[in-house]
Design a protein around this ligand. Structure first.
Ligand SMILES: *Cc1c(COP(=O)(O)O)cnc(C)c1O
Length: 439
């Protein structure tokens, strides 16, 4: 393919495709990169140049692009049954997936509700929590608590519990009011967790009897800029939710599926389970849109009735799509048979080792890691740091999108020693270039 073909596609994309999370006026200056194919951790443009997908294509990819095992599972399902509605019908891929997820929670979250994207899973968890309390006669419980700088998606309900200014500000007048409490972000110092717990207690005390659920991203608030906290925070919130009779929603859309070192990040709290877990992104290995909400017997039972209006009412056309479920089953089989979590411990160690020199680099701060998520903040980023870093990294075969002044890696689970060193060298060289430009 020629340079002309690549530029032609860029031009047509700018004319016809409205890109997400993008100011199109900037895209006209720095046009989107046409990707022709993917193989393992690498993406290839139309001129044959390659780029390491360091952010796993918005955190969805687990085992690389065009993974043969997952692809074969989808292809097999494609010839059998691509899709059937999940109301009035059921199918083996959905049932098997729900059973596998139930087993991963020791049966505690034994009921799975399906949707297609992360934001919808959040909407479902919020609606289900509210409706569950209502069915129990607790109609005042219709408020939600969320964390400062938390991210739970960008539909109107999910955005109401999202506290990331850039996504929220323009739409704020449209949104339901939620209570935003302190984040346990460990960058804010050793006292921050205690402050965050105290602030949550304050909010739950002030709104006692009115709060349906607390929603959190366990261990890492990803879109906030990889803000990390300790598992002890999870124990504290589980306790407070029990004390105040509030549902705990663990949004594991980004941190689930082995990212954090355990299959579910919440497991590291060693304090039982949340009342809801939302999953999406990695669950289908970066192939097809799928999301799920897992919940408990208690929540499920609160809807059990002959009355349709007491049932949970929420549906999407592609709910429980059979192709996406087949992909997710292949992903979970990989975890069951290939020691993925054990291998991730080793891969995370290789990343930590390779990036250790950054801890002594005066230009950066807060080098931090949780499993297969590694991040650091640049002290004096200068204007348009994220965009300049992204473009400079491309020249070094690295596809990466910093969040503000936070540079992070969330690679596919395909890191060996050579890859870890390639990633460090590319990040360090990009940093040198971008920061020397700024001065
Ligand atoms: C990405 C994300 C969502 C939203 O998922 P979409 O599929 O993009 O709608 C929700 N919560 C968290 C924690 C996420 O990272």
């Amino acid at each position: 393919m020629s340079a002309n073909a690549q530029q032609d596609l860029q031009r047509r994309s700018l004319a016809a495709v409205w890109h997400p999370c993008t100011q199109m006026a900037r895209a006209a200056v720095a046009p989107p990169l046409p990707i022709a194919r993917g193989e393992g951790a690498w993406l290839f443009d139309m001129e044959g140049r390659r780029y390491f997908d360091a952010n796993s294509s918005w955190w969805v990819n687990l085992f690389g692009h065009a993974d043969a095992g997952i692809n074969n599972a989808i292809k097999r399902q494609l010839d059998i049954l691509p899709h059937v509605m999940l109301a009035g019908c059921t199918h083996a891929p959905a049932v098997e997936l729900a059973e596998k997820l139930s087993r991963l929670t020791g049966g505690t979250l034994g009921h799975t509700f399906f949707a297609s994207d992360g934001a919808s899973a959040v909407e479902i968890a919020l609606k289900m929590s509210f409706h569950s309390w209502r069915n129990l006669g607790l109609t005042n419980k219709r408020e939600f608590v969320c964390l400062k700088h938390g991210y739970h998606g960008e539909t109107i309900g999910a955005l109401a519990v999202t506290d990331v200014a850039v996504f929220r500000d323009a739409y704020d007048p449209l949104l339901m009011r939620a209570h935003v409490v302190e984040s346990p972000d460990s960058r804010l110092g050793p006292e921050q967790e205690a402050r965050a717990v105290a602030d949550l207690r304050r909010a739950l005390t002030e709104r006692r009897g009115h709060v349906a659920a607390l929603i959190i991203e366990p261990l890492v608030q990803c879109a906030a800029g990889m803000a990390m906290h300790e598992p002890s925070y999870l124990r504290a919130v589980r306790q407070l939710c029990d004390e105040f009779d509030v549902h705990l929603i663990a949004d594991e859309i980004a941190v689930g599926c082995g990212r954090s070192g355990t299959f579910f990040a919440f497991e590291q709290g060693e304090c039982g389970w949340p009342d809801f877990i939302t999953l999406s992104k990695g669950i289908s290995g970066g192939t097809l849109p799928l999301s799920l909400v897992l919940t408990t017997e208690a929540v499920y039972q609160s809807f059990w009735s002959d009355d349709v209006a007491l049932g949970f009412l929420h549906s999407h056309s592609y709910t429980g799509n059979a192709l996406a479920c087949a992909a997710a089953n292949a992903v979970l089989d990989r975890f069951a048979h290939d020691q993925v979590l054990e291998q991730n411990i080793e891969q995370a160690r290789l990343l930590a080792q390779a990036f250790a020199p950054l801890a002594r680099d005066a230009r950066v701060e807060h080098l931090r890691q949780r499993g297969m998520m590694l991040a650091f903040d640049v002290k004096l980023p200068g204007d348009r740091f994220a965009e300049r870093f992204h473009l400079a990294a491309r020249e070094r075969e690295l596809l990466i999108r910093p969040i503000g002044r936070t540079v992070y890696l969330m690679p596919p689970y395909l890191v060996d020693a050579a890859t870890a060193h390639f990633l460090f060298d590319a990040v360090a060289a990009t940093l040198n270039e971008v920061l020397s430009d700024a001065s």
